[in-house]
Design a protein around this ligand. Structure first.
Ligand code: FES
Length: 159
């Protein structure tokens, strides 16, 4: 197994602090994974044994959670993560056109990252903003009634 990646001291300290807030270490697993995901942009599979040791749980319990939640990543993602909702309301309002536009503009497919590592593109199930379709989430921020022009403006702001 590749041991090139390990949790740094700062992150281990944060996890130790976090553990104090939970009755069981298993209850702290998801917040712990969120910390790691936020810091590195993904959860390197090679740190699972370290996490397991810190939380005194089995590594398989970590894998069960990381493979369940789509917002926890097991491989590096782009600096900016774009989710385009493609459920019914958004689809009716043109989300597929937005996906097609971004796929062509970035030169990638869904679930891929641009060569420069700036953007990752995903299709999402309903994000609960149907009345403002089409809706997208970029870096955790919701954007509504999205148009191609809006996307272009947003991308230029993101750099
Ligand atoms: S269908 Fe897109 S937000 Fe609900």
């Amino acid at each position: 197994m590749n041991k090139s990646f390990s949790l740094d001291k700062e992150l281990k300290n944060k996890i130790s602090e976090l553990l104090k807030n939970y009755k069981t270490s298993l209850a702290a697993l998801l917040p712990t994974l969120n910390l790691i995901n936020d810091k590195y942009g993904f959860i390197p599979p090679e740190v699972e044994p370290e996490i397991a040791e810190l939380l005194n749980i089995y590594p398989i319990q970590i894998r069960e959670v990381t493979t369940f939640y789509s917002l926890l990543y097991s491989k590096p993602t782009g600096h900016h993560r774009i989710y385009v909702c493609n459920n019914l309301s958004c689809c009716l309002e043109g989300s597929q056109k937005i996906i097609n536009y971004l796929v062509k503009r970035f030169g990638i497919q869904l679930n891929e990252t641009t060569k420069d590592g700036k953007f990752s593109l995903y299709k999402s199930p309903c994000i609960g903003a149907c009345e403002k379709a089409p809706a997208i989430i970029v870096d955790g921020i919701y954007h509504y009634n999205v148009t191609i022009e809006y996307i272009e403006k947003l991308l230029s702001e993101l750099g």
